[in-house]
Design a binder for this molecule. Structure first.
Ligand code: GAL
Length: 645
């Protein structure tokens, strides 16, 4: 468990570097990430490299005993490259090229840009790949940030046609898969197909789903290009990429198969402000972050990294990019850091060493202020560093008993056909996760094609494109499986199954969804459970079945059905209904739940249980009486952390 920081030597006078490095080591930091936006300093003129400054920066940091995460600088191509290769720019959904002047101004499908990236990656990895202080690599920076995964450029169109011809073999197969007879969309050749944009009304949903799949593959192959070069020139070093929060435009499980370690950038207060949580939550947790938002991503990226993951950027104070940017309460930066370690992080690295007085992020805090004085975040990092010494090393997280199935395709499909405003897959996945966590459950987040052996309870928030292989893996695991609404509602091509939803699931759960409806806010159904009426929202399915339901809608018809180990929900549950269903499913699965106080969450790593209090009031750690605490004690102040074995 190591602390790190993101540092930009190119932002500061060279005379400061040695002192900065000394202070990093003094703070207890072990790892420094550098270089991800430095292309125009490394190569100020086409082919004219200036290594001298970076060599000196690397030497200064390395001589202080710090390990380096080197980055490829491909998120910020220099102006001269854009001038030389204007076709490297992405086109937005209106067909307009993105312009130079911020960052991420490139199209994943531009061959010219791929060539330029391969060249700069060769250069940087060739220069520093075998440096003893270089411990790891980060490719690019936050793929997809600022809405840049999807591009409608001519380059993308060309590569999309190629991708389609490989997927379908013949254009007639594509016509069948897309149902292009509808509205006379029949194609005579792959060359006739364009990306789905600027259409008069909604483009064909199968066309759009394939464009998502294609764009996702483009990001993965773009990344692989760099990974292959780094592996050759920097053997034995870990390769990672820093993913984002609440971002689903490409399949992160797929891309991460090429990485050694997954990492992500955790900004709990910014995410709470930006994500569609209730206003009351935004107010209540404004300075602590939502109890489940960071954890949700920790568990997701642990899954992507097959157990190995880091926080590459940890919020150190107010950020600059959310609608409102409050400061964390004292102690919260420390709590977030411990929370990440509790979920298995190998490294937690803060963004950034010092607040920048210039550029787009002037109002973004760092561990140090502009005047070089250590800020709140710096003091808390220092505290964690000293506590880490006391706690000693911990092994990785052991597999949990509960898995949540996370499907990027499900998110794409439901964005294309929400059928009701607010039916957002990611929202449902997050609420499902939150319901599990409120019950004190440790959760692993896995892709639909995972091996579920060993899990006792598997929860699928919704899996519209459920396929036979995933279903077989779920069945083989012997776990209790809880499926959310719209599961099995589409074939792989995106058609309604001929035998109706839930398609292949009918083999294990004898139900048929004969009608679906979406309902406006306030018109959600009630579900009757043990004389209580619990709320659901937005969605209601009419189910035809001979099975006895677990619970019915208040006005009749099954809302929750189970057959053996398989459970199905025909609506989107509100919190209380979720809690009830999950408690029942956990009991059937033989998984113990906890009665946690509001705002408290727990996580166990290698036999040590951590509790964090996100509530603005005092709480009690759910530890047995007489526990000897490794960290903190039975009382949890707001932002408090306790740990015990
Ligand atoms: C991340 C990004 C960093 C910085 C940071 C500010 O999304 O990777 O470069 O912009 O946000 O919070």
């Amino acid at each position: 468990m190591i602390l790190g920081v993101c540092y930009y030597p190119e932002h500061w006078p060279e005379a400061d570097w040695a002192e900065d490095a000394r202070r990093m080591a003094d703070m207890g930091l072990g790892v420094v990430r550098i270089g991800e936006f430095a292309w125009s300093r490394i190569e100020p003129q086409p082919g004219g490299f200036d290594w001298a400054w970076l060599d000196r920066a690397v030497t200064t940091l390395a001589d202080t005993g710090l390990k380096l995460v080197m980055c490829t600088p491909t998120a910020t191509p220099p102006k001269w490259l854009v001038e030389a290769e204007p076709d490297m720019l992405a086109l937005d959904a209106e067909g307009r090229p993105r312009r130079f002047g911020s960052r991420r101004h490139y199209c994943f499908s531009s061959e010219a840009y791929r060539t330029a990236c391969a060249r700069i990656t060769e250069a940087v990895a060739g220069r520093y790949g075998r440096h003893p202080a270089v411990a790891a690599w980060q490719t690019d920076n936050e793929y997809g940030c600022h809405d840049t995964t999807i591009s409608y450029s001519a380059n993308a169109a060309r590569r999309f046609r190629l991708w389609l011809s490989q997927r379908y073999g013949s254009v007639e197969a594509l016509n069948r898969a897309w149902g292009s007879v509808f509205w006379s969309q029949h194609y005579r050749s792959f060359e006739e197909i364009d990306p789905p944009f600027l259409t008069v009304t909604e483009a064909n949903p199968s066309h759009r789903l394939d464009y998502n799949r294609f764009a996702s593959d483009e990001v993965a192959s773009f990344n692989r290009l760099q990974v292959d070069i780094i592996r050759r020139l920097s053997p034995g070093r870990d390769i990672t990429h820093n993913f984002m929060g609440f971002y689903t435009e490409f399949d992160h499980f797929n891309l991460a198969r090429d990485l050694d370690v997954a990492s992500w950038d955790s900004y709990p207060l910014g995410f709470l402000e930006q994500f569609a949580t209730k206003d009351e939550d935004k107010l209540r947790y404004a300075r602590q972050g939502h109890p489940d938002i960071a954890a949700f991503h920790h568990d997701l990226y642990r899954g992507c990294g097959r157990g190995r993951w880091w926080v590459m950027e940890q919020q150190p104070g107010p950020v600059n990019w959310a609608r409102f940017n409050p400061a964390p309460i004292p102690g919260m930066v420390r709590a977030w850091t411990w929370e990440a370690f509790a979920h298995g992080a190998e490294v937690v690295s803060y963004f950034r060493w010092r607040q920048a007085p210039f550029g787009q992020e002037q109002l973004h805090a760092g561990l140090n202020r502009v005047d070089r004085v250590e800020d709140q975040g710096g003091r808390e990092a220092r505290q964690v560093a000293s506590e880490l010494g006391g706690l000693g090393p911990l092994g990785p997280c052991r597999p949990a008993q509960v898995a949540l199935v996370f499907s990027y395709e499900a998110d794409w499909h439901l964005k294309i056909q929400p059928q009701g405003e607010g039916f957002v897959w990611l929202q449902l996945a997050f609420e499902t996760y939150s319901a599990l966590r409120r019950r004190g459950l440790d959760v692993d987040i896995l892709p639909p094609d995972a091996d579920f052996t060993g899990y006792r309870l598997v929860v699928c928030p919704s899996l519209p494109l459920l396929n036979a292989a995933s279903l077989a893996a779920l069945e083989a695991s012997g776990a209790v499986v809880l499926m959310g609404p719209r599961t099995g509602s589409r074939t792989q091509e995106g058609h309604i199954p001929a035998d109706l939803p839930p398609g292949p699931l009918q083999r294990l759960l004898d139900i048929k969804v004969i009608r679906v409806e979406s309902l406006r806010p306030g018109a959600g159904p009630k579900v009757k459970i043990a004389e209580r009426l619990l709320s659901a929202r937005l969605w209601r399915e009419t189910i035809d079945t001979a099975l006895r339901s677990r619970a019915d809608f208040a006005d009749g018809g099954p809302a929750w059905i189970a057959d053996g180990k398989f459970h199905y929900l025909a609506t989107w549950p509100e919190a209380e209904l979720f809690d009830t269903v999950i408690a029942a499913a956990a009991a059937e699965a033989g998984v113990a739940i906890l009665d946690l106080e509001e705002g408290v969450r727990t996580r166990t790593r290698d036999g040590v249980t951590f509790a964090v209090n996100f509530a603005p009031e005092l709480r009690t750690a759910p530890a047995p009486v007489g526990t000897e605490f490794l960290l903190g004690g039975p009382e949890l102040a707001p932002g408090g952390v306790s740990a015990w074995r």
